[in-house]
Write a protein that binds this ligand. Structure first.
Ligand code: NAD
Length: 291
């Protein structure tokens, strides 16, 4: 079994970004600048935004966090988006999801200038992605594509089963894997909560991409011997083996599935770090396009 090490791969990508940013600065070109908008005090969102800021600092990308209270109105947030759209110093920004319930997330996403939409969630970027045109790809699916590429995992003609159809992971993942690209060219089945005979479908998969949001949903009996298993899920569960009293697990029962899989991503240290690396790549891409 080969462990697909997202931590190591993301470190390699960040190193490449760092060199590119250093070259820009050497040539008197301003470093890329990423902003993150955080509304409310959701602990997971705070952790993600802090991790993104730290990653920016490590590669020389300038980062700014805009923090707003839980009570921020939709109108106020739209004004913030408008301000960031028009900030000439800024190459890209993200609005950390989820937003408080009284704010229409889709409305906010659609207000972001697609040229600064480094999360790749704006319909313009989603549409361009679906057509295989140049765009900002959504970070998590793009991070997975990058891992498949760097680990030389064959995808052409393979059966790929994506479990989960969210707009940020499952759905774009299925599009990217079915495109005429390498990696890609796979025969993709997109499964979701209404899928019948899910176990039979997963059993046929050469590549399983689990983005369900259900701890240890994928068990060893479901997976074909020699499959590649990509675990997108992140769950914080109680543990008496760690100092913090918690540990992170995924949508895949790693200990058992890893005995059958040829390639597998761990949680933590798999897809998560790659998501951040992809966001940095999009920010660098935006900066290069603008300079
Ligand atoms: P989501 O809740 O938006 O979507 C879950 C999908 O799973 C839905 O499409 C649903 O139809 C499907 N599903 C639910 N129950 C199912 C079942 N019994 N059988 C088949 N399909 C079922 O979740 P999401 O935003 O796509 O995230 C999924 C997981 O990935 C979560 O644990 C999330 O925390 C994690 N995540 C991780 C990263 C990362 O960087 N590692 C990024 C985004 C999300």
């Amino acid at each position: 079994m080969v462990l697909i090490d997202g931590k190591k791969t993301s470190a390699e990508i960040k190193d490449e970004i760092k060199k590119d940013v250093a070259k820009m600065i050497d040539n008197d070109i301003a470093a890329p600048h990423l902003a993150a908008v955080l509304v409310g005090a959701d602990p997971a969102s705070q952790t993600y935004v802090t991790a993104k800021e730290k990653a920016c600092q490590n590669v020389g990308i300038t980062s700014t966090i805009y923090r707003y209270s839980e009570n921020t109105t939709e109108e106020e947030l739209l004004k913030v988006v408008d301000f960031l759209n028009n900030d000439p110093e800024l190459d890209g920004f993200i609005v950390q999801l989820p937003l408080p319930k009284h704010i229409d997330e889709q409305k906010i996403i659609e207000a972001i200038n697609p040229e600064k939409d480094v999360d790749g969630f704006h319909p313009m970027n989603v549409g361009r992605m679906a057509l295989g045109l140049d765009c900002f790809l959504p970070a998590t699916p793009n991070g997975i594509m990058e891992m498949l590429k760097r680990y030389n995992i064959p995808t052409s003609g393979k059966n790929c089963v994506v479990i989960g159809r969210s707009h940020i992971v499952g759905s774009p993942m299925s599009i990217l894997m079915s495109q005429k690209t390498e990696p890609g060219n796979a025969t993709v089945t997109l499964c979701h909560s209404r899928t019948e005979n899910l176990k039979d479908i997963i059993a046929q998969a050469d590549i399983v991409i689990a983005a369900i949001g259900s701890p240890h949903f994928v068990t060893a009996d479901m997976v074909k011997e020699g499959a590649t298993v990509i675990d997108v899920g992140i769950h914080r569960v109680k543990s008496d083996k760690t100092k913090s009293g918690f540990r992170l697990i995924g949508d895949v029962d790693f200990d058992e599935v890893s005995k059958k899989a040829a390639h597998i991503t761990p949680v933590p240290g798999g897809v998560g770090p790659m998501t951040i690396a992809s966001l940095l790549l999009n920010t660098l891409k935006s900066a290069k396009q603008k300079r």
